[in-house]
Design a protein around this ligand. Sequence first.
Ligand code: NAD
Ligand code: DAU
Length: 356
Amino acid sequence: MTILVTGGAGFIGANFVLDWFSQSGETIVNLDKLTYAGNLRSLASLEGNPQHVFVHGDIGDGPLVQRLLAEHRPRAVLNFAAESHVDRSIHGPQAFVETNVVGTFQLLEAVRGYWQGLDEAERSAFRFLHVSTDEVYGSLKAGEPAFTETHQYQPNSPYSASKAASDHLVRSYHHTYGLPVLTTNCSNNYGPLHFPEKLIPLMIVNALAGKPLPVYGDGQQIRDWLYVKDHCSAIRRVLEAGQVGEVYNVGGWNEMPNLDIVHRVCALLDELRPRADGQSYASQISFVADRPGHDRRYAIDARKLERELGWKPAETFETGIRKTVTWYLANQDWVKGVMDGSYRDWVAQQYGAGKV
Ligand code: NAD
Ligand code: DAU
């Protein structure tokens, strides 16, 4: 048996691939374009493993995807591939439309052709699992109930709009063609292998480098945080037992303002790697201009997934963030490798050269 994973060299995809092999012998064909966010060093432990078939390519390349499907005959396709960073979508939305919208469409087209050619038993067992985000639901006011699966789509950034479009395409392929799809909408992930452009890894990396910790606006924006391995277990569970055509929200029951997150990271670093001058890393916090159109609050109601499929996160924020900070301290080589690359150009573009 084989599954096809797209975007498996990115943060969540790589964690998923590693987790999969820790509990299954089933082959993964891993299709990844290796954008700035794809990092094969994250999968170094799989070198020489014949069960991991890495293919450098684009989900939007129909003929390539058709070839891979015909050759490997996967029982499922899991779509992690995306442009994923909101700030990048503000600076340059085109890539988000190309990959998240057109790429997902091309992938769906290739999968539809393959699926329609399967025999009846294979067709009914086949799954297309689309990994999406809570950002498609828009922003909540304080006190408003958390997002359920039936919350109206109100995407506010080019990133979330492109993910919303992909969710709609996936839904339509089920409704129109009967493709057996599953969609997961998850909150903010954190954990090992997270590219240091996102809040938590950026704070860890900058703190250790003695750089400012840039907090947007007043730092009171709220996100729900889920340890990445819990997201992986949720995806496995939905793949295994999810009802075809259904959407499942995935969350950590961990709503927290950004500034609190940054203070938690600083406190852990103070404990685990104290600064030589005895000061707290929190003294490096620096308030910077807000993100345009910044969503104020996300909150996920993950009760459907718990009620119907029995999934709950294993980590609390306390345990997950400690594992995360510990991982970054123990994996400075991985961080250095990332910092040597195009990330540097991105930092200069986003925050101004020399500031961060
Ligand atoms: P990431 O940016 O770390 O990784 C994306 C991966 O996709 C990279 O390896 C990249 O090379 C690859 N990729 C990009 N364009 C591609 C293309 N056209 N063809 C093939 N591969 C391509 O992203 P992530 O944080 O791991 O997110 C994975 C998925 O989960 C995304 O769909 C994202 O929208 C969703 N998601 C992320 C979070 C989060 O907090 N990070 C939360 C909820 C949902
Ligand atoms: O909610 C799920 C989403 O979470 C995913 O769909 C996205 O792919 C993922 O990137 C993430 O989006 P966010 O915009 O919430 O994540 P980010 O880490 O970029 O920012 C988290 C919060 O921290 C957000 O309110 C902006 C703020 N922030 C971020 C950075 C990078 C800062 O204050 N300073 C920063 O330097």
